[in-house]
Design a protein around this ligand. Structure first.
Ligand code: XMP
Length: 512
């Protein structure tokens, strides 16, 4: 196990990703809880993350002394390097303008960190980040790499296995960064990559059995990957003590409800209650045009319907959720204050408090791509596991203005044609998320000899790694032209197609 101490860098999660990709389990803990976590976890190595502060500011965070006293290998990245240097008796100068960007690091000494990756005297691209600067190394350390602006770009004490990097090895802009992290994990900390999804599956099954005992569990399915993987795993652990509830709000994609029901009932034989609540949802959404009101209405109804069903099933002690690691990690925030609500997200979030049930969350330790791997391990079909994310409020937020069954039908068909095109051209896995939007606008067109007056469909496709930022996908024009023609020919009610070329920010991925 590796412990990652978080000093608030935007990219701390990526360190964890890299370590886990090497098959080694790790956890991220905020610096102010690191001491307790270190005692409890007894990690074989520690990584200190970057962070926005200067070690010169009064009260700026430090790594627990216990880590240095214990003798485990430590790698400090950016702020982590600075605090390590300061804590071990070096000198750090603050007050520099923060600098980010590409730089070349020249290798000045042999190091286990570079083994089979970088050679002595070689120059290698890295993604730098400095505000503070080391002016005197701590005793025992020597320089392993320099850059034009950073004479102490990489420092090391190979005897004690301490390494300090002034750049981010975890980001893709440091092309060899993953290999450096791997060397730290494997060669320096001596860990073997035996943390696989198969092992995780076995461990988790044992944990679920222990937690649940003879109790009854209900699990809300959304049609998405996370809840599906959670349900299949729990079913493997406790069989028919699990009941799944699938609330169909009538805002799902073409054939989606059928796919979910087939998969769970027929393929996996998991008891599934399929609640067709579309009348209720669409009824209450009638005439609602404000995006936040739509979201809140759907969120409230979802909880009401789910609760009713749970009562009917009766006697459940546990509620299962597909919560993922990024939702669980406490992020270190230095700015404090509440952030503005851009969109109120709807998941099953509010359920547990209201229902007074204990939670079963077998995916709490996983990232999205790991959930996909686990899904494959559990035999979920690829088409399901590799699916683009889909928002809880469904098509309601892809249909600006008021929502009607007719509009939803048009949108479903257009979306299906669009996705079919993307799959046929082999682009699906390159795109993070793609979907159609039905605009509340009609325009004039001509088809055959006649005039048409029909809806406009907007197409959206983005690349992203986490949905926080995104770029619009650069289709070629021929693809877009062909897709527009197919949609207009195959979907009655549409006579015009436009492509959204907005990135996030300033746009969001969804239109509402
Ligand atoms: P935005 O539109 O905010 O979306 O750029 C970022 C990502 O979040 C998804 N999304 C949601 N997911 N419940 C969800 O589970 C929601 O209410 C919700 N709203 C947006 C969106 O599809 C994108 O992947």
């Amino acid at each position: 196990k590796i412990l990652i101490v978080d000093f608030g860098s935007q990219v701390t999660q990526l360190i964890a990703r890299r370590v886990r990709e090497d098959g080694v389990y790790c956890e991220i803990v905020p610096f102010n809880k690191a001491e307790a976590a270190f005692d409890e976890m007894k990690p074989k190595a520690v990584i200190l993350s970057g962070g926005p502060e200067s070690v010169h500011e009064a009260g700026s965070p430090r790594a627990p002394q216990a880590i240095f006293d214990s003798g485990v290998p430590v790698m400090g990245i950016c702020y982590g390097q600075m605090t390590m240097a300061a804590q071990l008796g070096g000198e750090v100068e603050g007050g520099h303008h923060r600098e980010f960007g590409r730089a070349d690091v020249e290798v000045k000494a042999k190091s286990k960190l570079f083994e089979d990756v970088w050679t002595l005297g070689g120059k290698n691209q890295v993604w730098m980040s400095h505000g503070d600067r080391i002016t005197k190394m701590p005793p025992g350390f020597s320089v392993a790499g320099t850059s034009p602006n950073a004479p102490f770009a990489i420092i090391q004490d190979e005897t004690r296995k301490y390494y300090g990097l002034m750049f981010h090895p975890e980001v893709v802009h440091t092309p060899d960064g993953a290999k450096l992290i791997r060397n730290f994990v494997r060669k320096i900390a001596g860990l073997t990559g035996d943390w696989t999804m198969r092992a995780f599956r076995e461990e988790e099954i044992a944990k679920i059995r222990q937690q649940v005992g003879k109790g009854k569990v209900i699990c809300g399915l959304s049609g998405g990957v996370d809840s599906a993987v959670a349900a299949v795993l729990i079913h493997e652990a406790i069989g028919d003590q699990l009941t799944c509830v699938f609330v169909d709000h009538g805002l799902l994609r073409l054939d989606e409800a059928k796919t979910v029901v087939d998969l769970f009932r027929h393929h996996y034989n998991i008891p599934l209650v399929h609640v067709d609540a579309s009348k209720q949802f669409l009824g209450e959404l009638e005439g609602v045009t404000d995006p936040e009101t739509k979201r809140k209405t759907i969120g409230r109804l979802f909880i009401e319907v789910f609760e009713q069903e749970a009562k009917k099933i009766g006697g459940a002690d546990f509620l299962a959720q597909g919560t993922l690691y990024p939702d669980v990690i406490e992020s270190v925030s230095f700015t404090g204050g509440p952030s503005v609500t851009i969109k109120s997200h709807h998941n099953v979030g509010g359920l547990p408090e209201r229902m007074n049930m204990k939670l079963v969350e077998p995916l709490r330790e996983l990232f999205k791509d790991e959930v996909r791997k686990l899904g494959r391990e559990l035999g979920l079909p690829e088409i399901f596991v590799g699916r683009h994310p889909f928002p809880g409020p469904g098509l309601a937020i892809r249909c600006p203005g008021d929502i009607t069954r007719d509009k939803l039908d048009i949108l479903r068909k257009a979306d299906a044609v669009y996705i079919d095109q993307i799959r046929k051209h082999g682009l699906y896995d390159e795109i993070w998320q793609a979907f159609a939007v039905l605009l509340p606008v009609k325009t004039v067109g001509v088809m055959g000899d006649g005039r048409t007056y029909d809806y406009v469909v907007g197409l959206r496709a983005v690349t992203s790694t986490d949905g926080m930022t995104a770029d619009f996908y650069q289709f070629d024009m021929k693809f877009l032209g062909e897709t527009a023609t197919r949609i207009i020919n195959e979907v009655k009610g549409v006579n015009r197609v436009v492509y959204d070329v907005t990135s996030k920010p300033p746009g969001t991925i969804e239109w509402e």
